[in-house]
Structures are given as structure tokens and as C-alpha cells.
Design a protein around this ligand. Structure first.
Ligand code: BES
Ligand code: ZN
Length: 881
């Protein structure tokens, strides 16, 4: 909470710290009413700092009990304490500073620092939570060897964990137990972790490529012990994959994961002791959907991969956040692509970038992958840092090829092991290992906004040549105008009349960066100027162009292609991603038409879709994506002015038209994929279930037989994927009583499983059929709801505001008011969650005028609240600016 307006922090102001902390020894006494923390810091002056002898440590919500320098208690006039700092002056080169503070984990509702969740203690220190544990140089370029002693009642807290290896376990004279841990790897404070509780664990082992044995343990509350198997398996597969694909081996004797119920994010990569939101690690077939399994696999991998991309090589400052997050998302995406279908993974990622990241890039919070300023770093764990950052790394991979990229990553890890570095260092390693100049490419890190690439084709029969003119332009974003052209890899293909790929011959041959414009192996054209014309020769007739295959760059594409060409590409494009993209563009056109009038599925499209549904040689997951309509949020990103009600109407009409025209095919597809094999969370089964349940969702829209089948599946399935899909189909059936009965039965069945209850909450709150304001209010009053638990808040309020768009955008503004009320309430208890919930309200400028005004009013109401946290203040003030 603040007195003055929060100030921005700038990348250009970065300077090194005045002291290093070479050793950090922490002792935690976990008592019932409070926790006492003793920190002993070994300080050494940084000779590159300005050597004023002044040390300013960060600290928040701490009660300072004692302060001693080299064994002597400091007099009160030898230091200054403020709300967020402790400053000591007159220091020499080396000291031992010991600090005793008292904190109150039970009162910590912000879930940053040390807090209680259920019966256990746990920590969340990234980005700036460690300063809520003790006074410290809480910045990632200060790396230290940590020793941790945990003292507590051994009966109540039989498990006491911290980073590294356990070095002692003793009983103290007073009967309390003390467990000590040493992490030999130097690390920044944000990677520190502590957990204590009455937990059980499942154990496994992994032999690294150099033959070392690593113990793997997943710790959970006792009721969840049957939900750890999949995460352990995903962990072993991640460890193997990182050895095989990146040559990276694990570096401690033990790797631990702890599941906690109250967690602001998905999971955290603390050295040797990852802490996970229970929703992102716990699963068994009866309670977790295939989507949840896939998410668990990806997050386990992501946090594990950080051990190299984030921990061994960390960030110099938080402006470099994408150095670890963008790269690690790229790594986990490649892993998921290898475990399942690469095409499907690419589709999912592109869909996410287009709906969420493009929206951020076009809104008030637009920022570069390497931002140049922020008010609150917690607000910058964004889709731009993560997803666009991963796309940028992916483009480097496209430019260098797999072998070149590996040479670059090897050099990066070798050169910077044990250091805190910058995005520039990462790119420099890629350049040096490949003898290539990426100066131009680095604009991707500095310029915010989504580039728009327009394409114009001119086929000249007399020359047997196709002239392709590409123009790029990047819109202004807050604080940034007049952007420079980017280096955009354009993967493309040319289709002949039979849908076969034609050989490609292009001129000119060299681009502005001195690189060949056409890389045959990856089928990539390198666009580097504002406008360039490429000539494709040797074409006897006009080909159909397939642009930006594999979503080769995170850009918007303006290219008029006829419905006929789109349908042709949906049928024939050899690039799976672009098959999907062609289908989506076709459907967007239909939805646009259907806003104004009834809609009937064109016969040629009906035939192509019918063929897709009956073709059992195709990957069923792929077919499912090809036939899934773009979400309302995705459609909104393709509209200039957003009218959520028109979008909803248009989409519903197209959905109904598809359901009716393909009713028999959906029914037959469902029957064909119905399986009685025992549930396994493995790729082939998952893919089949995806298509089966998509078929059910259409089938049950158009016919009673479909609804009956949904009811049968709801009652008989042995796994949550099928049960939840059936429940969703019943909710959409239009039979309110049936929907209500099913929801009640579901709750009765699962009321004791918190993670399933969260799914039950969100399926209602996020539903166009059910997510009305009055139901949201009911859910907020329900016994299963809890304002202190981020997962519950996301399940109800997050689902409502991000998915039930026709209700959130109620004409009377009541949906916006509800969200603003929630933000105001959470601002006081959990600012990070409050600020994240705000995102939908930041989009007011793009809405139709009547809604836009109402939304803005609610933002203004939030802005006018006293005691806004920095988190919420930054989002509302930038949104209204
Ligand atoms: N380092 C983050 C967790 C984090 C984020 C901590 C923000 C503090 C503030 C972690 O590696 C992460 O990125 N987690 C993601 C999931 C991942 C699969 C993208 C998350 O928590 O959503
Ligand atoms: Zn991460």
C-alpha cells in the first residue's frame, strides 16, 4: 500500500550492486504464532560498484528484532529502516551481517514470501518475495550459496525441506527438530524455497547420462498420494529429453516437487525444490482430464528445464525475464511437440498467441519482449514475455536450423554457467556459434506491437512467374512510434492444382542481413525490409499460395484468399498448421456472415468436412482441431470493433449449421471412436478422445440421440475427460433441467475433491448457457468457494470474465461491475491475483461504444479506490491513460 504514486523502474538505470552476498545462512524457527528468521550474510564489496560503503537491503512486512555486524549488535543510529528497506552506512570491504526478523506466515494472504497453505508452510519468492522473509539484496544478479536450518515441532511438521541436499537432521535440547539443507549452487534469492508440513511422498529414481543416480520425490497432502504417478513419469521423460536434445544433465542428488493448494501461479522452479499449484501436478484418471494431464506434463517439463535455462544461467535483472521464460517456454513446447503431435501443439500455441498475446500487444499494457520500464514486476509475467518471447526464440531456431541452434545453446550454457546475464548475451552466443549477424533480428526484443504483413500476388503467365510483394508495418504502441522493419521468417509453399507442393525457385537471393532469402531446407523466405517483391519462377500455371506455414512468425497476415482457395488448402495443404489456419479463416468468414442472417453450411465445405470426419488415416486430434470453431475471444481479435453479442450470435449460428449438416457424420465418428479400453493418459488415446468428444458436442446440439448419448457417457465413464465432456454437452443441450440435475449429481459425486470442484465451478461460470450474473453470485456464496484460494477465484471470476463473454458483456454493465468489485476486494488481500483478474477490463477501447463506456466507468471506479496496490495501480492507470 502506498502514500505517493508508485514510480516506474527503468532498464537504462541498471547498475551493479555495491555488495555481493557470498554466503547466506538462514535459520527458520516455525512457531505457532509467528516465525523468527535469522539471516547471516557474508558480504563482500563489489569493486565495480561505487564503493560508498552504503548497503541498502530490501525488506517488506518484517519486524526487525536484532541486527549485528561482525558479531556486534548495531546501535539504533547506525542504520535506517523504512517500510521497504534497511540501510547501513560506513561499511568496509568484508563483513558478516546477521539479521533477526519476525514474520507472520499465517496472516500472509498475498501468497508471496513465507505463508501457510492448508496445514503446511511454503514459500514463493519470485520475483520479489524473498524480501518478505528477511532484509536482503533481493535482485537476481546477487547470487549466493544458501544454507538453511528449519526448526519446528517434529510431530506437526515431519517433513522439512529446502534447496539442495539435506546435511543434518537433529533433535534440539528443547525437543524441537532441526533439519539443515545446503545448496552448493550459487543462486539468487528468488530461487530459495522452504516447505514444512505433514506430507507424504512418492519416490522414483533417474540415472543421468553420466551415470549418476538422482532421487525424485513428489510431496503431497496425504489424501493426494494416489495422484503423483503421472507427474513423476513426466519428470523422468523431461530429464531424459533435456539430455538428448540439449545435452543438459541434472546437477543435484535429489529433485523434489511439492504440491500446494494456495498458489498464485502454476508452478515455481526453486532450485531442487519445485513448488507446484496442486492443479498443475496432481492427476488420476477419474479426476483429471486429458487437457489437465497435458498441462501437467508441460509444466513439470517447464520447471525442470529452468534448472539450466533460469537457474544455472539466470537473469541479470527483471527486464531480462524473457531470457529464462521465453526460452523455457520454447523448450517445453518442443518437448510437448515431441511427446504428442507437433502440429497440434503448434496450433494450440498459435491460437493462444493470436487470442491473448495479440490482444495484449494491441492494448494499453503493450510492451516489448524486453521491456524498458515497469512499475510492478509481477505485472510483467505476461503472454508477451512468455509466449511472444518463445516465438522469438523459435524464429532464431528457424533461422539457424536445429543444429545451428544447438551449437548456440551449447555456447550459451558453457559461456554463462553460474552467471546472471542478459537477452543480449543469449543472442550473442547464437551469433558467435553460427557466424551470423542477428542485429536486425534483435528488434523483435525491443519493439512492442504485432507486425502486420500484407501479401499481394501477381501471376504472369507469359513469364511463368509469380510475383509476391510482402509489406510489413508495426503499429504504434504506448510510448513507441515509428517502428523499424523486423526480420520476419516467412515459411511458405506453393500448391499445384492437385494440392501437391511445387518446387520453389526464388529471386532475389540475398536479404538485408546478408543471408540467403530462401532457405530450402526449412522452406523459409527471409523478409527484412518494409516492402520486398519476390519472384517465383518455373510455374506453368497459377499456384495456390500457403503463407506463414507452421506459424513461422507472430504476425498478423493480410492476404485475401477466396473461400474456394481456403477450402482447397483445408483439404490439401501439406502443412498441418496451415490446413487448420485455412479452415479457421473460412469459418471466420462464415461467422461474419452469420451475424446478420441465418446461415447454412456451403455444400462443398460440408463434403470436405464429412471426408475429414470419416478419414481414419488422419490424426484424430488434428481432425478435431480442423473442425473446432474459433473461440469468441479469437474472433474478437480478428474484428476492428468488438461487438461480443454479434460474435456470439454469429458463432452459435455457424455451430448449429455445422451440427445439423453433419449430424450423421458426427454420430458415426463418435461411434467409431467409442472405446472400451482401460483409460490411459497416453497420446493416441487422448487424440481419439478429443475427436470423439468434439463429435459428441456437435451431435448433442442437433439431435436428441446425441443428448441421450451424452447422458449415457456422463453416467458410465470411468475418467474425467469423458465425464466432463458429457457434462459440457448436457449443459449446451438447451434442456435446463437436465443440465441442472447433471451438475448436482456431479457435485454430489465430487464434493470432497477440491480440484474437481474447481472444474465444476468453472464449467458453470465460463458457460454461455449458465454463466449469468445471478449464477456467478450464487457460486461466490457456495460452500465450495473461498476468496483466499486463487484457484477458486480463477475458476469462478476468471472463467466468467474470460469465457462467458455474452454474460460478462451484459448490456447493463453488471458483469463489469462484478469484476471490478472482485478486484477491489482482492486488492487488499492478494494484489497479484487482483491485478491479473483485471485484464478483461483493459480492453475497453476496442469495444462497441455502449459497452466501452460502461467498462471504462468500472476501471475508473477501481482507480478511485484508496490504497491501491502497485500491482492494480499500474494496470488501471495505464489502461485509462
Ligand atoms: N517462474 C515461473 C513462476 C512464477 C511466475 C513465479 C511469476 C513468480 C511470478 C514459472 O517458471 C512459470 O513460468 N510458471 C508458469 C507455467 C509455465 C508452464 C509457463 C505458470 O506458473 O503459469
Ligand atoms: Zn517459467
Amino acid at each position: 500500500m502506498r502514500d505517493a504514486q508508485p514510480q516506474s523502474i527503468y532498464l537504462k538505470d541498471y547498475c551493479q550492486p555495491e555488495y555481493w552476498i557470498n554466503q547466506t545462512e538462514l535459520t527458520f524457527e516455525l512457531q505457532e504464532d509467528a516465525t523468527v528468521v535469522t539471516a547471516v550474510l557474508t558480504l563482500e564489496a563489489n569493486n565495480a560498484g561505487n564503493q560508498s560503503g552504503v548497503l541498502e537491503l530490501q525488506g517488506q512486512q518484517l519486524e526487525l528484532l536484532q541486527l549485528a555486524l561482525d558479531g556486534t549488535t548495531l546501535a539504533a543510529d547506525a542504520y535506517t529502516v523504512t517500510d521497504d528497506s534497511l540501510t547501513i552506512t560506513g561499511l568496509a570491504q568484508q563483513h558478516q551481517l546477521s539479521i533477526v526478523t519476525r514474520i507472520d506466515p499465517a496472516a500472509n494472504t498475498a501468497l508471496e514470501g513465507l505463508y501457510r497453505s492448508g496445514g503446511m508452510y511454503c514459500t514463493q519468492c519470485e520475483a520479489e518475495g524473498f524480501r518478505r522473509i528477511t532484509y536482503y539484496l533481493d535482485r537476481p544478479d546477487v547470487m549466493s550459496v544458501f544454507t538453511t536450518h528449519i526448526i519446528a515441532d517434529g510431530e506437526r511438521y515431519p517433513v522439512m525441506l529446502s534447496n539442495g541436499n539435506c546435511i543434518a537432521d537433529e533433535t534440539l535440547a528443547d525437543g524441537r527438530r532441526q533439519v539443515s539443507w545446503l545448496d552448493p549452487h550459487r543462486k539468487p534469492a528468488y530461487l530459495f524455497a522452504l516447505v514444512a508440513g505433514d506430507l507424504l511422498h512418492k519416490e522414483d529414481h533417474f540415472t543421468t547420462m553420466s551415470g549418476r543416480d538422482v532421487t525424485l520425490r513428489i510431496f503431497v497432502e496425504p489424501q493426494n498420494i494416489d495422484k503423483t504417478e503421472y507427474a513423476l513419469d513426466a519428470l523422468k521423460r523431461s530429464m531424459r529429453w533435456d539430455e538428448e536434445v540439449y545435452g543438459r544433465e541434472y546437477d543435484l542428488d535429489i529433485f523434489m516437487i511439492v504440491a500446494v493448494d494456495d498458489f498464485n501461479m502454476g508452478a515455481m522452479e526453486n532450485k531442487g525444490l519445485n513448488v507446484f499449484n496442486s492443479s498443475c501436478v496432481l492427476a488420476n484418471p477419474a479426476t483429471a482430464t486429458d487437457a489437465a494431464y497435458q498441462r501437467i506434463e508441460a509444466i513439470v517439463a517447464h520447471e525442470y528445464f529452468h534448472n539450466w535455462s533460469g537457474n544455472r544461467v539466470t537473469c541479470r535483472d527483471w527486464f531480462q525475464l524473457s531470457l529464462k521464460e521465453g526460452f523455457t517456454v520454447f523448450r517445453d513446447a518442443s518437448f510437448s511437440a515431441d511427446m504428442h503431435s507437433a502440429t497440434v501443439k503448434r496450433i494450440e500455441d498459435a491460437r493462444m498467441v493470436r487470442t491473448v498475446q495479440f490482444a495484449e500487444d494491441g492494448g494499453p499494457m503493450a510492451h516489448p519482449v524486453q521491456p524498458d520500464s515497469f512499475i510492478e514486476i509481477a505485472n510483467f509475467y505476461t503472454v508477451t514475455i512468455y509466449e511472444k518471447g518463445a516465438e522469438v526464440v523459435g524464429m532464431i531456431h528457424k533461422i539457424l536450423g536445429a543444429d545451428g541452434f544447438r551449437k548456440g545453446s551449447d555456447l550459451y550454457f558453457e559461456r554463462h554457467d553460474g552467471q546472471a546475464v542478459t537477452i543480449h548475451d543469449f543472442v550473442a552466443a547464437m551469433e558467435d556459434a553460427n557466424g551470423i549477424d542477428l542485429t536486425l533480428f534483435k528488434r523483435w526484443y525491443k519493439q512492442a506491437g504485432t507486425p502486420v504483413v500484407s501479401a499481394e500476388v501477381d501471376y504472369r503467365a507469359d513469364e511463368q512467374a509469380l510475383y509476391l510483394t510482402l509489406r510489413q508495418q508495426c503499429p504504434d504502441t504506448p510510448g513507441q512510434t515509428n517502428k523499424q522493419p523486423m526480420w520476419i521468417p516467412v515459411q511458405l509453399g506453393l500448391l499445384d492444382a492437385n494440392g501437391q507442393d511445387l518446387p520453389v525457385q526464388v529471386t532475389p537471393s540475398v536479404n538485408a542481413a546478408g543471408m540467403e532469402t530462401w532457405t530450402a531446407a526449412s522452406q523459409v523466405l527471409h523478409l527484412t525490409e518494409a516492402e520486398q517483391t519476390f519472384v517465383f519462377s518455373g510455374l506453368e500455371s497459377q499456384p495456390v499460395l500457403s503463407l506463414f506455414r507452421d506459424f513461422s512468425a507472430p504476425v498478423k497476415v493480410e492476404f485475401e484468399q477466396s473461400a474456394q482457395d481456403l477450402l482447397f488448402r483445408l483439404q490439401h495443404d501439406s502443412d498441418g498448421f496451415n490446413r487448420w489456419d485455412a479452415g479457421q479463416r473460412l469459418m471466420l468468414g462464415w461467422i461474419d456472415q452469420a451475424r446478420l442472417d441465418e446461415f447454412e453450411l456451403p455444400e462443398d465445405a460440408r463434403q470436405v468436412m464429412a471426408e475429414l470426419l470419416s478419414d481414419d488415416t488422419l490424426d484424430p486430434a488434428m481432425v478435431s482441431y480442423l473442425l473446432t470453431l474459433p473461440s469468441e475471444a479469437y474472433i474478437a481479435e480478428f474484428s476492428d470493433q468488438v461487438d461480443p453479442h454479434a460474435i456470439h450470435l454469429g458463432r452459435q449460428r455457424v455451430r448449429l449449421a455445422m451440427a445439423m449438416a453433419l449430424n450423421e457424420q458426427f454420430a458415426a465418428c463418435y461411434q467409431r471412436l467409442l472405446s472400451h479400453a482401460e483409460y490411459q493418459p497416453e497420446p493416441q488415446q487422448m487424440a481419439a478422445r478429443t475427436l470423439k468428444n468434439l463429435a459428441l458436442s456437435y451431435w448433442s446440439v442437433a439431435s436428441d440421440a446425441g443428448v441421450r448419448q451424452a447422458l449415457a457417457q456422463f453416467g458410465s465413464s470411468d475418467n474425467m475427460t469423458d465425464q466432463m465432456a458429457a457434462l459440457q454437452a448436457l449443459i449446451c443441450s438447451g434442456d435446463d433441467e437436465l443440465a441442472q440435475q447433471s451438475l448436482e449429481a456431479f457435485y454430489q459425486q465430487w464434493q470432497n475433491d477440491a480440484l474437481v470442484v474447481n472444474q465444476w465451478l468453472s464449467v458453470q461460470a465460463g458457460s454461455a448457457d449458465l454463466g449469468t450474473l445471478s449464477r456467478i453470485q450464487q457460486l461466490l456464496e457456495h460452500e465450495a468457494f473461498d476468496w483466499r484460494n486463487p484457484n477458486k477465484i480463477r475458476s469462478v471470476i476468471g472463467a466468467f470474465a474470460n469465457q462467458a463473454l455474452c454474460h460478462f458483456h451484459a448490456q447493463d454493465g453488471s458483469g463489469y461491475r462484478l469484476l471490478a468489485d472482485a478486484v477491489i476486494r482482492l486488492n487488499a488481500t492478494n494484489p497479484q491475483i487482483a491485478s491479473r483478474l483485471l485484464t478483461p477490463l483493459t480492453k475497453w477501447r476496442r469495444l462497441v461504444p455502449a459497452l466501452s463506456e460502461q467498462m471504462k466507468e468500472q476501471l475508473e471506479r477501481v482507480a478511485a479506490q484508496p490504497d491501491l496496490s502497485r500491482d492494480v495501480y499500474e494496470i488501471v492507470s495505464k489502461s485509462l491513460a
